[in-house]
Design a protein around this ligand. Structure first.
Ligand SMILES: *Cc1c(COP(=O)(O)O)cnc(C)c1O
Length: 415
């Protein structure tokens, strides 16, 4: 990017912006929630719409001068409806977390009960962790994955729901590598009279492209982040049926937010438009194919892959089997030194602290955007194993780092 204007007024910020560009260009982004949006999305997000107040919704604003804001938000809404087949879409949530908050605010009273997946088993903070207000305002119980298989324990979930009688069941996860059986969870919710929120933050792109089954039209509410696999402008989205449309719109604004971030909504519109192109389907399938190859490569080296594989864009490795003395955080540090950026992650049956847990999580969305195919991803899998297995060996890390530089050069990002 060109930061001519920033540089002329603020060299310190320009330095950091340029530093970040080179960091992204020169490292392998394997944090499963990250992606690289197009230059078109970047441009839209950097537009003068950041100046505009547009509280309200298209055609019903509290401020004058919203004609272009209306056009853009309507485009984002219409494209989202087409992408996910939703009856009603709200594109204003500032993030995936705010999208979830709006669903809770629209449907629950303080003290009501939420049943969600445990964070260490792949859930998300906004699903009711005690550190998040959701965990403090509502009564939360958490289901788990089956410790043997790594798959959601659907039976255990049904039993807990019978016992706990939740008002809301949350599905959709941050570190779950398998396809989710939305219908099964919806049946449980129906049986106990709970709402069902399916949070597809990570897999919005896979669902839009048909590479993962869709909860839209199944779950009462579907939320997502718009900057992960869907590769659009940064933020969140809520999808629901006409029945809940007004409740959701009111819960987003004025319930939980003020003015919408119209520049980000422009980025969502552009990214959604890109995702409607046929190439996006190929992209999403390649993301999943690459993750499978990564998982196989890991397994061949002797890493213990949670659930034995993946159906999605991410692979979760439990290091306790192959490298019992190496916490995930230390593996993350060694990999970062080699230019491979992923995150330490808790694993089912976690025995370490969340700050330095026992696993690492690796995703393929960003590398696939850069054009990595199965062969290139398999090599990255080899490199990851090499670093983890030689995390104390500076020479090995330097050697891998050189190869990472070459791979980055071979797969340019923003030419
Ligand atoms: C990433 C994520 C979110 C939150 O997204 P933000 O945009 O970071 O607020 C919500 N739910 C799940 C399951 C996620 O993985």
């Amino acid at each position: 990017m060109n930061y001519e204007q920033v540089r002329s007024v603020d060299p310190a910020v320009a330095d950091a912006l340029e530093g970040e560009d080179s960091r992204q260009e020169g490292t392998l982004a394997m944090i499963a929630s990250e992606n690289h949006v197009s230059k078109a999305v970047l441009e839209a997000q950097g537009s003068a719409l950041t100046n505009k107040y547009a509280e309200g919704y298209p055609g019903k604003r509290y401020y004058a001068g919203c004609e272009y804001a209306d056009d853009i938000e309507q485009l984002a809404i219409d494209r989202a409806k087409e992408l996910w087949g939703a009856e009603h879409v709200n594109v204003q949530p500032h993030s995936g977390t705010q999208a979830n908050q709006s669903v809770y605010f629209a449907t629950l009273e303080p003290g009501d009960k939420i049943l969600s997946l445990d964070l260490t088993h792949g859930g998300h903070l906004s699903h009711g962790h005690p550190a998040n207000f959701v965990g403090q305002f509502y009564e939360v119980e958490q289901y788990e994955v089956d410790p043997e298989t790594g798959y959601i324990d659907y039976e255990g979930l049904a039993e807990m729901a019978d016992e706990f009688e939740p008002d809301m069941i949350v599905s959709g996860y941050s570190a779950y590598p398998r396809e989710v059986e939305w219908e099964t969870i919806q049946d449980v919710a129906d049986d106990v009279g709970a709402y069902h929120l399916a949070d597809i933050a990570h897999i919005t792109g896979l669902v839009a492209a048909g590479a993962h089954r869709s909860p839209v039209g199944v779950a009462d509410f579907v939320t997502g982040s718009t900057h992960k696999t869907i590769r659009a402008g940064r933020g969140g989205i809520v999808m629901t049926s006409e029945e809940h449309a007004d409740d959701i719109d009111n819960a987003v604004f004025p319930g939980g937010q003020g003015g919408p971030l119209m520049h980000n909504i422009a980025g969502k519109a552009v990214g959604f438009g890109e995702a409607l192109e046929p190439e996006f389907e190929e992209y999403a399938q390649q993301v999943v194919d690459n993750a499978e190859v990564l998982s196989d490569t890991f397994a061949d080296h002797g890493f213990e892959v949670v659930s034995g594989g993946t159906d999605t864009h991410l692979v979760l490795v439990d290091l306790r089997e192959s490298h019992p003395d190496l916490p995930g955080g230390d593996a993350e540090d060694a990999l970062a030194e080699a230019g491979i950026v992923l995150n330490a992650n808790t694993v089912p049956g976690e025995t370490r602290s969340p700050f330095n847990p026992s696993g690492i999580r690796a995703g393929t969305p960003a590398l696939t955007t850069r054009g990595f195919d199965e062969e290139a991803i398999a090599e990255v899998g080899d490199l990851i194993y090499k670093v983890v297995d030689n995390h104390d060996d500076e020479a090995v890390i330097a050697e891998v780092s050189e190869r990472v530089d070459e791979l980055c050069d071979e797969h340019p990002l923003y030419e």
